[in-house]
Design a protein around this ligand. Structure first.
Ligand code: ADP
Length: 263
């Protein structure tokens, strides 16, 4: 499909070091979203421009209520936007039917939330294979891929356990395995370590970073934890529904060091 650029123009752009649509897994332009509540309108996102390059791990930080989850939900298509445009893998999501958008989400996106959202009556393997079965993968292949994903997250010995028999860290590993089992292009993680103690949080972050570096998996991580943000390539700060600033990881680490010295 022709989307306003020729392939030659795209090649010239990349040779010149300019970013092109195909460099981004997600790109949002001038996105706004207002919720209606009993007390009136709540502008959750105001003219937000945002993008994630392929293979990038980006943290979104900011005070409670500033719009982090709304941004994640809108970018991932879990929620709708009022105005603006969002391109997923180079395709304007407004041009996709509901069915295509849902199918893309199932095949190309993984989700990790603070609450594990695991089905209590299912074993680890059954929880992890579920998205594959929903996507129409044959049961034998789904089970093999679920076992491999659980092995990847270090739970090869725990495939038959139900969530109640696992620690908080192990449960979150199961959700990481479930998020990556479909071989997604991007994983959306909303406060993935919010319910964990700091050591376990750090282990889960190690795991996600490893998947990012080894498998080139793109991540968007909503977090309150500066230690988690610090491990990402880039930290985007939100305030009152707008992007208030952005720091690359190394600059952020330096500014943290300066702030620590000043204390
Ligand atoms: P954050 O993730 O940064 O804590 P949210 O994206 O959850 O912020 O919320 C942004 C703003 O939108 C807040 O003021 C919140 O109360 C409001 N909000 C979020 N979801 C809804 C909703 N479904 N209905 C009404 N207001 C909402």
């Amino acid at each position: 499909m022709f989307r306003g650029r020729t392939q030659a123009a795209t090649v010239v752009d990349s040779l010149n070091g300019h970013r092109t649509d195909t460099d981004y897994i997600i790109r949002a332009e001038d996105v706004s979203k207002t919720y209606e509540s009993e007390t009136g309108k709540v502008p959750a996102l105001r003219n937000v421009d945002f993008s994630i390059e392929r293979g990038e791990m980006v943290a979104i930080m900011g005070p409670s209520g500033c719009g982090k989850t709304t941004l994640l939900n809108c970018l991932s298509g879990l929620d709708t936007i009022d105005t603006g445009r969002i391109w997923l893998d180079g395709t304007d999501i407004a041009t996709l039917s509901d069915r295509k958008r849902t199918s893309y989400r199932a095949r190309r996106m993984g989700f990790i939330f603070q609450v594990y959202n695991l089905l209590p009556v299912l074993s680890s393997a059954e929880n992890v294979e579920l998205p594959l079965l929903v996507a129409g993968v044959k049961p034998k292949e789904a089970r093999e891929r679920a076992m491999a994903a659980l092995e990847t997250v270090g739970l090869g010995q725990w495939t038959g356990q139900r969530p109640a028999r696992l620690s908080g860290g192990q449960r979150q590993r199961v959700t990481v395995a479930r998020a990556l089992v479909t071989n997604p292009a991007i994983v959306w993680a909303d406060e993935p370590t919010g319910a964990l103690d700091s050591r376990t949080a750090s282990e889960i972050m190690d795991l996600m970073r490893d998947l990012n570096e080894r498998q080139g998996l793109s991540f968007l991580v909503v977090t309150h934890d500066a230690g988690i943000g610090d491990r990402c390539d880039r930290i985007v700060r939100m305030q009152d529904g707008v992007i208030a600033g952005e720091v690359a990881h190394d600059i952020f680490a330096q500014s943290m060091a300066v702030a620590t010295r000043a204390d």
